[in-house]
Design a protein around this ligand. Structure first.
Ligand code: NAP
Length: 281
């Protein structure tokens, strides 16, 4: 059966040049057909590094079939798909709406269901808040394309599948990875902070509209040690010197909070600020 789907997918891809690339792991073939139908499936966007990778690994450990995803880092995604049990990797640029459509389509062709969508992929830009010229219209548009419009389009594409996978006892779940910059007037740049504030508001509006079959929540991290923040020495000093926890977070600590939201049967519409208490001082 797996082989049939692979050939069907190859044919579909040949017909449609916009389809994103999928790396098919050997482990997938270890599942029985009935396991393939019932084991829950999670897509974590931007999961080849940092917070997304930690979330995907955590959900795989919790028994989900995980779809790793990224824009450019195909090799890292390939390695993850080979090493994490029952995982796949899909490449798609979320700034391209047609690739979002094919990303969700491919998951459904591959697994036949989708239970959890983690909107983690995002871009940032370090721009002093007072520099109105540097925060150009182009910067705003690029930030909104990936940080706001892509999560919206992913949710719209996935809604029917998430509803189908849900039962009265077990809702499907969306978690948006936001930022403390979307809660407080802080962050790497104003366009980034505003994009995350928009994502927080979208989270609450969709929680109302997609309930009760689909729960929608967000996590809003402060500083987290990831490739995105490797040169953010001032921020690291700020968290060390001022925050009650006296440090930034590790990606695995954010993944723990996401897993809590995924496993909850009741939480919806929450934006969980996880900044080590910096907002309190
Ligand atoms: N790190 C922090 O301190 C911090 C704090 C607050 C919030 N956050 C949020 O946490 C999330 C993850 O951040 P991170 O620090 O873990 O980032 P990261 O290590 O830089 O990873 C970003 C991921 O997103 C993917 N991505 C970026 N643009 C994409 C696009 N157009 N299409 C598809 N994939 C794309 C990247 O793929 P490629 O590598 O292939 O480009 C990568 O897999 C983001 O939403 C970020 O805003 C981070």
């Amino acid at each position: 059966m797996v082989k049939i789907i692979k050939y069907w997918l190859a044919g579909l891809k040949a017909l449609c040049g916009t389809l994103a690339d999928i790396i098919w792991p050997e482990q997938e073939q270890n599942l029985t057909e009935s396991e393939q139908k019932t084991q829950r499936v999670a897509l974590v966007t931007g999961s080849t590094s940092g917070i997304g990778k930690a979330i995907a690994e955590r959900l795989a450990n919790d028994g989900y079939r995980v779809m790793f995803h990224s824009r450019h880092s195909v090799e890292a995604g390939n390695v993850l798909a080979e090493t994490v049990p029952n995982a796949c990797y899909i490449q798609a640029d979320l700034a391209q709406p047609e690739q979002i459509t094919s990303l969700i389509q491919q998951i459904l062709v591959t697994h036949g269901r989708l239970d959890v969508l983690i909107n983690n992929a995002a871009i940032s830009a370090v721009i002093p808040h007072g520099d109105m010229q540097l925060a150009s219209a182009d910067v705003w548009r690029k930030m909104y394309d990936v940080n706001v419009i892509a999560p919206w389009l992913l949710i719209a594409e996935a809604e029917a599948a998430l509803r189908n996978a849900a039962t009265e006892q077990h809702s499907s779940c969306i978690v948006n990875v936001s930022s403390h910059a979307g809660v407080r007037p802080k962050g790497a740049s104003i366009p980034y902070a505003v994009s995350k504030a928009a994502l927080n508001h979208m989270t609450k509006l969709l929680a109302v509209n997609l309930s009760p079959l689909i729960r929608v929540n967000a996590v809003a991290p402060g500083l987290v040690d990831t490739p995105m923040t490797k040169d953010w020495h001032d921020a690291r000093a700020l968290w060390r010197d001022k925050s009650p926890m006296q440090r930034g977070a590790q990606a695995e600590e954010i993944a723990d909070i996401v897993a809590m939201l995924v496993h909850s049967s009741y939480l919806t519409g929450e934006v969980i600020l996880c900044d080590g208490g910096l907002n309190l001082v």
